[in-house]
Ligand binder design. Structure first.
Ligand code: UDP
Length: 261
């Protein structure tokens, strides 16, 4: 598969064309942004870890029947993925209240929700990804009722699977963000899971200590982001001693991160 021209550059990833019009390459950058792009930095090694962690989660989801855009990981930073038309909605799934919802609704941080809560945000950086309702999605044709119902079903299965997967390695899945896209199969649009699932898009707390193992380390200036993401990868059994992202490299990478601060 030949890598073609850059089609799109986002905050954390770049999409390149290939010689197949239905397949693109997703490149994971080291850039970190928060608070609608107001806080930015580069954290060396982050893209490599997110590429591996997202590959692991998406291929496990595929095995339980959740169709997604991942075809295969190509190298340390790139994946081959199916080109989809992204639904312009960020789907937020919460198991425990923290972050924006606690401020918005005055809920105590760490409140365990009775049931998973799905929230919708319009994918629009200029507007700061505003919270919207299902009715807004229908009113403005961002997705159909059939598509939303399918997405909601997929979300609950993904959440159940991921809670179990992380629980098994001593991590609580607090909340996360998903994106879905339309993929043409035999002339018919199918909804599939897209984007990435990584510590950049999930809140992950150590089951015993509640230590944050996700992007909140950057948002809240807690430091040691690379060691935290590495810890997630190791617990999931992705990183082994012979891996290219060896413990030595990760230590080197995190010292670069400290010097940059
Ligand atoms: N999230 C994300 N991208 C976004 C917004 C949210 O990946 O553009 C994830 C975030 O990492 C967290 C969850 O969605 O795991 C819920 O985010 P929240 O709305 O609480 O974000 P905050 O405004 O607190 O950063």
């Amino acid at each position: 598969m030949k890598k073609g021209k850059k089609l799109y550059e986002g905050k954390a990833k770049i999409i390149y064309a290939t010689n197949d019009k239905n397949i693109v390459i997703q490149y994971f950058k080291d850039d970190a942004t928060a608070f609608n792009n107001q806080k930015k930095t580069t954290i060396e090694g982050k893209g490599v870890l997110n590429n591996r962690i997202s590959e692991h989660i998406l291929s496990n989801l595929s095995q339980i029947g959740i169709e997604n855009h991942l075809i295969k990981r190509l190298n340390m930073r790139e994946q081959l993925i199916k080109l989809v038309e992204i639904i312009p909605v960020e789907f937020i799934i919460r198991n425990v209240a923290t972050g924006s919802i606690t401020k918005r609704l005055g809920i105590e941080d760490g409140t365990v929700l009775k049931e998973p809560l799905i929230e919708y945000c319009l994918k629009n950086d200029k507007l700061g990804d505003p919270l919207i309702s299902e009715e807004h999605i229908l009113a403005f044709d961002w997705a159909t009722k059939i598509e939303i119902d399918k997405v909601k079903k997929m979300i609950l299965r993904i959440n159940d699977f991921m809670i179990g997967m992380f629980r098994g390695v001593g991590i609580k899945l607090i909340d996360f963000k998903l994106e879905f896209g339309r993929n043409k199969i035999d002339g018919k649009n199918e909804i599939i899971l897209a984007d990435e699932i990584s510590p950049d898009t999930c809140r992950l707390w150590d089951s015993i200590t509640d230590k944050k193992l996700d992007k909140d380390r950057f948002r809240k200036d807690l430091g040691d982001l690379i060691p935290a993401y590495t810890e997630v990868a190791k617990r999931l059994g992705i990183l082994h001693e012979q891996s290219n992202i060896s413990a030595v490299n990760v230590t080197k990478l995190s010292s670069i991160q400290r010097k940059k601060k």
